[in-house]
Design a protein around this ligand. Structure first.
Ligand SMILES: *Cc1c(COP(=O)(O)O)cnc(C)c1O
Length: 240
């Protein structure tokens, strides 16, 4: 794991410098779905403090086991109405919001003693069947609706690319997310976050302005197992 992390940091620094960005403005979110709490602890000891999970039932017991560590938890999976309370109570960030109704539930369930829940709108940039996400045309209306709700803080956009795109196509897709964020900022929304880039496309994401990279296999290696058998959205081959 130390070697994988060193490799990712090196690639990240190289990609950032190549386009004149400061790598300190890019946060690694280690996606620990399918990984044991011990693996999270090991990565935390190596200096990672942001972790992400996709399945509420898997995540909640894991978060409890790690409650002694000062970690920031991100929910990146498909959001379901009956799980919004557990998400609002256990996570600091939600990356996958694509419906106002779910935002209203998160807002109502966010505990009063907790800071506002950070949110990203998941946008669908390619016509990818079965994937969540709001279309670019509807993003502004959703963002305005979400920004009005209490106990939430809308931070930006998240996207997942289809697997198997060329590097050029990856950059083109990520630039569309970057342009959409700029449109929303011009419309008056105070946004600072682009959650994009997974193990197979994070170099392209850095070039297109990503601020949060969501890396699973590049940091942990291949996932030992998952609670469901569905293909992982956008999953790509692990980096060496
Ligand atoms: C699993 C997952 C990741 C990490 O995927 P890797 O390809 O293993 O880096 C990132 N984002 C989301 C939404 C995921 O579900």
């Amino acid at each position: 794991m130390p070697q994988r992390l060193a490799h990712v940091r090196q690639e990240l620094a190289r990609a950032a410098h190549a386009c004149g960005r400061n790598e300190d403005c890019i946060t690694l979110v280690a996606i620990s779905k399918g990984q044991a709490a011990a693996a999270v602890r090991e990565l935390a000891h190596l200096g990672i403090s942001h972790f992400g999970e996709s399945y509420v039932q898997e995540a909640v017991p894991k978060l409890r086991l790690l409650a002694d560590l000062p970690l920031t938890w991100h929910f990146v999976g498909r959001l379901q109405a009956n799980k919004t309370r557990a998400v609002a109570e256990n996570f600091a960030w939600v990356h996958s919001l694509d419906r106002l109704e779910l935002a209203a539930r998160l807002s109502a369930a966010r505990p009063h003693f907790a800071p506002p829940l950070n949110l990203c709108l998941q946008v669908k940039l390619a016509d990818d069947r079965g994937k969540g996400g709001v279309g670019p045309a509807e993003a502004e209306a959703l963002a305005i609706g979400v920004a009005r709700l209490p106990r939430l803080r809308l931070r930006g956009l998240m996207c997942i690319l289809p697997a198997g795109l060329s590097a050029t196509a990856q950059i083109a897709h990520f630039h569309r997310a970057q342009a959409l964020l700029a449109d929303l900022q011009r419309a008056g929304l105070e946004l600072d976050t682009l959650s994009m880039g997974m193990s197979g496309d994070y170099v392209a994401a850095v070039q297109a302005g990503a601020t949060l990279l969501r890396l699973g296999t590049a940091l942990f290696g291949v996932r030992p197992g998952r609670p469901d058998s569905a293909p992982i959205p956008g999953a790509a081959a692990p980096s060496p």
